[in-house]
Design a protein around this ligand. Structure first.
Ligand code: MG
Ligand code: MG
Length: 255
């Protein structure tokens, strides 16, 4: 099912998006060397509950996971990239941390992810990867407007990632979002322009380019959730929820 939001729902989506963006930026500022991933999860929980919002993750139990997720945010360090299960780990200087957060507020969900480097170190390879996912996300957003097709967004995202030299995994990508976190249409991180669902005002999409330095293969961690690069290489992930409006795409999760 592809959901088209009415203006009242779109107003709610803006509030949810602003909350998700605010929580992620707050957690980024707090993610210093020595901070534990379980602290980040606890802070996320507090901010979600204080805002009267509902976590999309805590009870999330898809077919590929091992029972309910049981945490409030995804924390993925270095070779971990998607569905990172918070665990007892203290951040080190130069770690590449991805935080991915989705909540529902007044019945509308928003979903966003940021990757950044902890501490003072700036490993060049990690800086370049994060930059590539952010540029790919910007290109996907720039291609999103009424009348454009999903394939146009996939093509724009995939072109940036490929030109930067990264392999592209097509198992996990962006998605429709609205009254629930994951909806149709799927938005692959590569694809052919001119194909797929035609965008129209009221459609919400979560676009989320993610990459691994030297592989497109994932392995599942023993925790049953965290997806890591098959080679142990570093990874990065950038995600925004956008709304299609008559004038183009509006980024809902930007602070
Ligand atoms: Mg997400
Ligand atoms: Mg998502």
């Amino acid at each position: 099912m592809i959901e088209i939001l009415n203006p009242t729902q779109l107003g709610r989506a803006r509030r949810t998006g602003a909350l998700v963006g605010h929580i992620l930026q707050t957690l980024k500022l707090r993610s210093a060397v020595g901070v534990n991933l379980l602290d980040i999860d606890r802070w996320a929980r507090e901010m979600i509950l204080d805002a009267g919002a509902v976590s999309c993750y805590v009870d999330y139990a898809p077919s590929f996971g091992r029972g309910p997720f049981g945490h409030y945010i995804c924390t993925a360090v270095n070779d971990a990239v998607l569905h990172g299960l918070p665990h007892d780990y203290s951040l080190a200087d130069g770690d590449l941390l991805t935080l991915d957060l989705a909540v529902t507020l007044d019945g509308i969900a928003a979903d966003s992810a940021i990757s950044f480097i902890v501490g003072e170190a700036r490993p060049a390879e990690s800086v370049a990867m994060i930059d590539a996912t952010e540029r790919a996300l910007a290109a996907g957003i720039a291609a999103a407007r009424p009348g454009a097709r999903i394939g146009d967004l996939s093509h724009a995202i995939g072109t940036v990632l490929a030109e930067a030299g990264y392999p592209i995994n097509t198992e996990f990508g962006g998605h429709g979002i609205g009254t629930t976190m994951h909806q149709d249409p799927h938005v692959s991180n590569t694809g052919r322009a001119g194909r797929g669902f035609k965008l129209r005002p009221g459609l919400l999409l979560a676009l989320e380019p993610w990459i691994m330095v030297d592989t497109d293969e994932l392995v599942t961690d023993d925790d049953g959730w965290t997806l890591r690069s098959a080679t142990g290489c570093r990874t990065a992930h950038s995600e925004h929820t956008i709304a299609i409006t008559p004038g183009g795409a509006e980024i809902l999760t930007r602070v």
